[in-house]
Design a protein around this ligand. Structure first.
Ligand code: NAD
Length: 489
């Protein structure tokens, strides 16, 4: 995914000078004081400014001004498209630098930061830029004496609060449709991954987005995130993160201005393998790739492998073999397949889940070895549905294997969760595929594949995995309101 050799990435990392201020009203501001620590080696990459309530106030005021009196919402959609396309071109120009920032701040292997995340971000900004001037309003046929117009209006000021696991993809999924719709925005990145977001802000200014249209406020969730959630001048709060914090945002909205809240939350996704899967080896390889990709720090990770008893040992043996062959190492090494966990605190959390699985009686097939900042790809079998490893989101490279005897039992096990983000089924039978897919309560169901995606296809969850959809034209509904205008003829 990248031709740049390891030594070159290390040399570039040594020469990086990241942006460190808050980005408010088109300028960097604030005193850089809070260290950003790399999970790669525990070293401080940079010190950054951190927003308290008054800086959040300033950012919201800038976004409010830019929306209420600035040019952005009043531009022809084709002009907004042109500005967003310039922004995407600049992101592409700085692709290596931004990929490097992501790998340094949250530990994703550089081949994935560069090859997967940055490609997704550039594609997302271009996709919504292109969508900006292709939306049509409606004029329903009412009566001959009146004309009804149904127009989509931008909602106003959008705040996006996002996690660290795909720091810019999650941001782009919200910011790009919001800006394309004519809204203005404030992004609060996770504490672990502010540097890539700040680079994005610098490029927005360079692309000529007017001041206040896109602001970035780093800061602790309980302070900066909460201030955005409670702010009376924020019209929409778009959140990606844990279910626990999602609940906070609903409370913040209820206790402030009833702002609309969109939630993309956690998951405990089931991956069902039936004996008639078209290719059991491919199913096993995909199961392993799915749970260990991004060190398991994936909302959609297929963390529950539900496998028919008759094929369980064959499938699990292959998953274990793949787990044991994965190359774990420095995220700046292009041959690394799995990097460190994002932080020592998260490392400790994942290890406590592994400990709980052992004490609940699950059988450790491989992994669980913790080496400083890393955790070896881990597989537990003989997992029972009531065990914590089968119920709680771990967000690490830990797979729980459960066995079943028939399709109905598999569906019941799959749905036995508070989450509903994604699910998969492997079968050669078309009727079974449809029946299982219809029975699974999940926002996305994959058949004989996993993590398939496209900008034109919506993504999001049901149950406690959230509501609303990112990606696709449907995401534009979150950042626009329908206005009805009646004209008497
Ligand atoms: P998190 O919920 O701890 O933090 C997410 C964001 O919320 C961060 O910016 C954080 O600073 C902020 N925050 C934390 N506490 C807050 C508070 N009290 N008030 C306001 N803001 C607060 O999640 P994380 O650890 O960064 O990310 C992991 C979680 O994100 C997992 O649960 C994962 O499933 C979820 N996730 C979901 C999706 C999806 O699309 N459904 C995608 C990626 C990650």
């Amino acid at each position: 995914m990248t031709d740049v050799p390891y030594e070159e990435w290390r040399a570039r990392a040594a020469g990086l000078v990241p942006h460190t201020g808050l980005h408010i009203d088109g300028e960097f501001t604030g005193t850089a004081s809070v260290p950003v620590v790399s999970p790669r080696d525990g070293k401080t990459i940079a010190r950054i400014a951190s927003a308290g309530p008054s800086e959040v106030d300033a950012a919201v005021a800038a976004a409010r001004r830019a929306f209420d009196t600035g040019p952005w919402p009043r531009l022809a959609p084709a002009e907004r498209k042109a500005a967003l396309l310039r922004w995407a071109d600049l992101i592409e120009r700085d692709r290596s630098t931004i990929a490097l920032l992501i790998s340094l701040e949250m530990g994703k292997p550089i081949s994935e930061s560069y090859g997967i995340e940055l490609r997704a971000v550039i594609n997302c900004v271009r996709w919504y830029a292109e969508a900006a001037d292709k939306q049509l309003d409606e004029s329903p046929r009412t009566s001959s004496s009146s004309l009804a117009l149904v127009t989509r209006e931008p909602v106003g000021v959008v705040a996006a609060v996002v996690p660290w696991n795909f720091p810019l993809t999650m941001a782009a999924w919200k910011i790009a449709p919001a800006l394309a719709s004519g809204c203005t925005a404030i992004l609060k990145p996770a504490e672990e991954s502010p540097l890539s977001a700040l680079h994005l802000a610098a490029l927005a200014a360079e692309a000529g987005l007017p001041p206040g249209v896109f602001n970035v406020v780093n800061g602790p969730g309980e302070v900066a995130g909460r201030a955005l959630g409670e702010h009376p001048s924020v019209d929409v709060l778009a959140f990606t993160g844990s279910t626990e914090v999602g609940r906070h945002f609903l409370r913040y909205a209820a206790d402030s201005n009833l702002k609309r809240v969109w939630l993309e939350l956690g998951g405990k996704s089931p991956n069902i393998i039936l004996p008639d899967a078209p290719d059991l080896d491919a199913a096993a390889a995909t199961a392993a790739w799915g749970i260990f990709f991004n060190a398991g720090e994936m909302c959609t990770a297929p963390s529950r492998l539900l496998v028919h008893r008759s094929i369980a040992s064959r499938v699990v043996d292959r998953v274990v073999a793949r787990a044991e062959s994965l190359r774990t190492g420095d995220p700046l090494d292009p041959s690394t397949e799995m990097g460190p966990l994002v932080s020592l605190a998260h490392h400790a959390r994942v290890m406590s889940h592994i400990q709980a699985a052992k004490s609940d009686g699950a059988h450790l097939r491989t992994g669980a070895a913790a080496d400083g900042r890393y955790i070896a790809p881990t597989v537990f079998d003989q997992v029972k549905p009531e065990m914590r490893i089968a119920r709680e989101e771990i967000f690490g490279p830990v797979l729980a294997v459960l066995e079943f005897d028939d399709v109905d039992e598999a569906i019941a096990l799959a749905n036995d969760t508070e989450y509903g983000l994604a699910a998969a089924v492997w079968t050669s039978d078309l009727s079974t595929a449809h029946r299982v897919s219809r029975s699974l309560r999940a926002g996305t169901v994959w058949v004989n594949c996993y993590e398939e995606g496209d900008m034109s296809v919506p993504f999001g969850g049901v149950k406690q995995s959230g509501h609303g959809r990112d990606k696709s034209l449907h995401a534009l509904d979150k950042y626009t309101d329908l206005k009805t205008t009646w004209i008497e003829l």
